[in-house]
Structures are given as structure tokens and as C-alpha cells.
Design a protein around this ligand. Structure first.
Ligand code: ADP
Length: 473
């Protein structure tokens, strides 16, 4: 705790002390004042008598009176030039002098019956002398011993009040010190945290740069591996027997998988380093979906999954990046296929709707500027536990990350989907139930003229249904 001495004014409950001092002063008909250690008067009552007023009406009288008032603050007792008297009592708290209590001026008992002092006579003149004489005659003589008793008594009461105030003050200081210490600790920790965050951000940036460079460097030789395998398969280097063809096909397939993985890592690191660029051209989402469905159809067929498409034939075009849109659809469809057991069903729905998300979806009617194109991929697969749905869009997160995991993958697909969708100005979310399936919805802004035309010409939705059943393509 800081060792700064306490000033009387800090402890003073001005209202309470003023009342005490005033009631004593009134009761005894004599002045009382409280002066701090610097000599500043903090409280005063009945400080002047009629005799004081008489002499202060004259310049020299005022000067001498002021001098007495100054002296009395340092002397333990003091006789005034008017022959009035003061008594003082120091106020102390735990050995520290806080100030002084001044009692007076009073007319000493030994002066009873006497007239104004010679000093008074020398400073007043004319009517002033008469006033001084009348004032002296009206003063009530006070015994010194009696005066000493009163001043001690008042000092005791004031000291008790000061003690109580002191205790409160010290408690408050202790609290304040504790708060200051806690604040200093928190500030220090914050500084440390800010430093750590800075270092982590730097490390993260370096990691993203590293991934970016390394994936780029890996892609170049890998495209050669795939390219030369392709040439071998085409027989450009001579005829291959069946076994050789099978080996080269595996090299090509695995090379392709590796290339996809490296491309995903490159995309994530580009996103993290803020280098993701998307173009914005009018794209018919149904075209993109047709290409994506064709790409995953063999997988779906292998698992005997029914894939149904429900597209509005007059749906507005999306304002976006065809390549990224294709990746979004392929990732969502690929997951639906991967996490749906054999014989299940996948629905792909494209419709005009609110852009804002599942909560907003149930709210009354989205306003036209909240409308966009919604792509929904719904499956009857294994589903996602509710507590995991918030994290599945994080890079590298997988609901089941055990080494005995049944489904391959890297945990990058949905992170890319989210970044691509958000880069388009849309949103993506999932609604899921374990054991029953999942529905991923992504929203995209559309070409505004298309949307306006769609809204104008639309009375009822005209869904165009196309189903890819188990063995059809
Ligand atoms: P990956 O599929 O490569 O593991 P993703 O980022 O695409 O990575 O998906 C992250 C995780 O989210 C998956 O590992 C899986 O646990 C869960 N998930 C994604 N799509 C589905 C789905 N349709 N059904 C069930 N779980 C899914």
C-alpha cells in the first residue's frame, strides 16, 4: 500500500463534523475552528466576537487580528492583542499530526470587569472606541481551565469521528490497491497475450506461405507424372500388356488423387493468406450441377445411391466463379455420397430463397434484396452430431478423426466450400440428424435482372425434376 500521508480533508465527513463543531460552539457561545496540517481552515463556527468586529473595522486592527489568527494555528495557546485568548488542541491519528482544533476567541476570566486593552484603544478611534467598550462589556468571561476542558472534549469527539473515517479510508485504499494490482496483472497478461497472438499470426502466415509454395512446387512434377502415365496408357511409348496397363492406370488414379489433395491445400493456404480471387460472371447453376453430377455419378452408382435433381427451370443465374461453384457442388455431393450408406438417397435442390440462413429461413418473408439462389444437398447418410456441426467447416476438422476412420478425406472440403461461398457473398450451413442424414444449404447472390424477371414472371414454382436412379446415369 502506498505510504502517502493522509490529509485531514480526505477523512473529513464535512457534514457530520460541521454539526459537531457548530453545536459545541453554539452551546458554549464561543468560536471553534478546525485547521489542517498545512494551516488551511476546514471548518469554523462563531469565529468572531463583537470586539473582533470593532477592531477589524480599522486597517491596523485588521492587520494585527490577521497576524493573531496566523499565530494561533502554530502556537498551543495564544493571547490576542485585544486581550481575548485562544486555546488549541492538536489532532493526531496513529502518531501523525493531522491538524489543530482552535477554541476561541474568549474573554479570560482575569479580565472580568476590565475595559478594552491599550492595544485596542491604539487601533480604534471615534465611534470605534465606543463600540469596542460596549463589546468588551458584553463579553462573557471564560475560565482557562474550563476552556481547556471544552477544547479537549471536542477534540476527543472529532478524533473518534476521524478514527471511524480513517478505518473506512484504509479499507477503501486496500481495495483500491488490490484493484490496481489486479489491473496491473491483467494489463501485463494482456500484453503478453497480444505478443503471443502476434507471434502466432506471424507463424500462421509463414505456414500458409510455406504451404502455398510447397503445394505449388509439388504440383509441377505431379502433372508430369500424370501426363507421362497418360501417354503410356495411350500407347505413345509402345504397346503395354494388361498388367502394365493396370499398374499405369493405378499410378494415374493415385496421381490424380494426390493432385486434388495438393490443390485443396493450395486453395486453403491461398484463402488463409488472403490471396483468394474469384471472378463474378453470370453462371447457370444447373449447368454446373450437371457437370458435377456427371463427375460423381460413377461413385453414386457404385453405392447404388439414388440422386434426384430438383431445379427451377427459370431460376436466375448466379453471379459467380464457375470453377469455384463447380468445386462447391462437387465437394457437397462428394461428401453426401461418401457419408451415405449403400442404397441411400441424395436430393439436390436449387430454388430462389432467403440468403441469410436457417433461422432467417423460418422468418416471415425475405425482402427482395435478401433473396438469392439456394443450393441444397440432402442425404440419408450417417448424419452429424449437433455439437460437431459448428466445427465441420473448420480446416482439417473431421467428426471421426480416429486412425481407424472408415471414410478417407482430409477435412479440407467443407472449409473450402465455406470460403468459396462466403467469397461469393453467400452463406452455408448444415442441418443434420445422426442416423437420418444431413442437408447442406449454400446461398448465392443472383444476377439482379434475372431475379427481377423471375419474380415478375412467377406465379407458382415450376420444378423440373430429373432423377438418376440406381442404375441409370
Ligand atoms: P473430409 O470429407 O475430407 O473429411 P470435409 O471438410 O469435406 O472433409 O468434411 C469434414 C467432416 O464433416 C467430414 O470428415 C465428416 O465428418 C463431416 N461431414 C461432411 N459432410 C458430411 C455428410 N454429408 N454427412 C455426414 N458427415 C459429413
Amino acid at each position: 500500500m502506498s505510504g502517502r500521508p493522509i490529509a485531514l480533508a480526505e477523512l473529513l465527513d464535512a457534514a457530520a463534523l460541521d454539526e459537531v463543531v457548530r453545536s459545541y460552539a453554539d452551546f458554549h457561545g464561543i468560536g471553534l475552528a478546525l485547521v489542517d496540517a498545512e494551516g488551511k481552515e476546514l471548518l469554523a463556527a462563531n469565529r468572531t466576537t463583537a470586539l473582533c468586529d470593532a477592531v477589524r473595522a480599522f486597517g491596523p486592527g485588521r492587520d494585527r487580528c490577521d497576524r493573531t489568527l496566523r499565530d494561533v494555528r502554530v502556537a498551543s495557546a495564544c493571547d490576542c492583542f485585544t486581550a481575548q485568548r485562544y486555546q488549541t488542541e492538536p489532532l493526531e491519528l496513529e502518531g501523525q499530526r493531522l491538524g489543530v482544533l482552535i477554541f476561541g476567541p474568549y474573554w479570560p476570566v482575569e479580565r472580568a470587569g476590565a475595559g478594552p486593552s491599550a492595544a485596542v484603544v491604539s487601533v480604534v478611534s471615534g465611534k470605534g472606541l465606543q463600540k469596542a467598550q460596549e463589546a468588551v462589556a458584553g463579553l462573557r468571561p471564560v475560565d482557562d481551565v474550563q476552556a481547556a476542558k471544552i477544547v479537549k472534549q471536542v477534540a476527543r469527539v472529532v478524533t473518534v469521528l476521524l478514527h471511524a473515517a480513517h478505518t473506512r479510508h484504509m479499507t477503501a485504499r486496500l481495495h483500491l490497491d488490490a484493484i490496481e494490482r489486479a489491473y496491473a496483472e491483467v494489463s501485463e497478461k494482456n500484453q503478453h497475450m497480444a505478443h503471443v497472438v502476434e507471434r502466432l499470426q506471424e507463424a500462421d502466415r509463414l505456414k500458409s506461405n510455406f504451404l502455398c509454395t510447397i503445394s505449388h512446387e509439388l504440383r509441377t512434377p505431379l502433372t508430369s507424372v500424370i501426363g507421362y502415365s497418360e501417354m503410356l496408357l495411350e500407347g505413345l511409348a509402345g504397346h503395354l500388356n494388361d498388367e502394365q496397363r493396370e499398374y499405369v492406370r493405378i499410378i494415374m488414379e493415385k496421381g490424380d488423387q494426390l493432385l486434388q489433395l495438393i490443390t485443396a491445400i493450395l486453395d486453403v493456404s491461398r484463402i488463409e493468406s488472403g490471396a483468394l480471387r474469384i471472378s463474378a460472371e453470370p453462371v447457370l447453376l444447373s449447368d454446373v450441377i450437371a457437370v458435377a453430377v456427371a463427375a460423381v455419378a460413377p461413385l453414386a452408382r457404385r453405392k447404388r445411391l439414388e440422386v434426384s435433381l430438383q431445379l427451377e427451370h427459370d431460376a436466375p443465374r448466379v453471379l459467380g466463379d464457375r470453377d469455384k461453384l463447380r468445386q462447391i457442388v462437387i465437394n457437397l455431393l462428394g461428401n453426401a455420397i461418401k457419408f451415405t450408406p449403400d442404397g441411400g438417397r441424395i436430393d439436390v435442390v436449387v430454388e430462389v430463397g432467403g440468403m441469410l440462413g436457417p433461422a432467417a429461413a423460418s422468418s416471415p418473408e425475405p425482402t427482395p434484396d435478401q433473396l438469392g439462389l439456394r443450393l441444397r444437398v440432402r442425404d440419408t447418410g450417417i448424419g452429424i452430431p449437433a455439437e460437431k456441426t459448428a466445427r465441420i467447416f473448420d480446416p482439417f476438422f473431421q467428426v471421426d478423426s480416429s486412425s481407424t476412420r472408415e471414410y478417407g478425406g482430409t477435412g479440407l472440403g467443407l472449409a473450402l466450400v465455406k470460403s468459396f461461398v462466403e467469397a461469393h457473398g453467400g452463406r452455408v450451413w448444415v442441418e443434420s440428424e445422426v442416423g437420418r442424414g444431413s442437408a447442406f444449404t449454400a446461398t448465392f447472390p443472383c444476377v439482379s435482372e434475372d431475379l427481377a424477371a423471375y419474380l415478375r414472371g412467377r406465379s407458382e414454382p415450376i420444378p423440373l425434376r430429373r432423377a438418376l436412379t440406381r442404375d441409370s446415369s
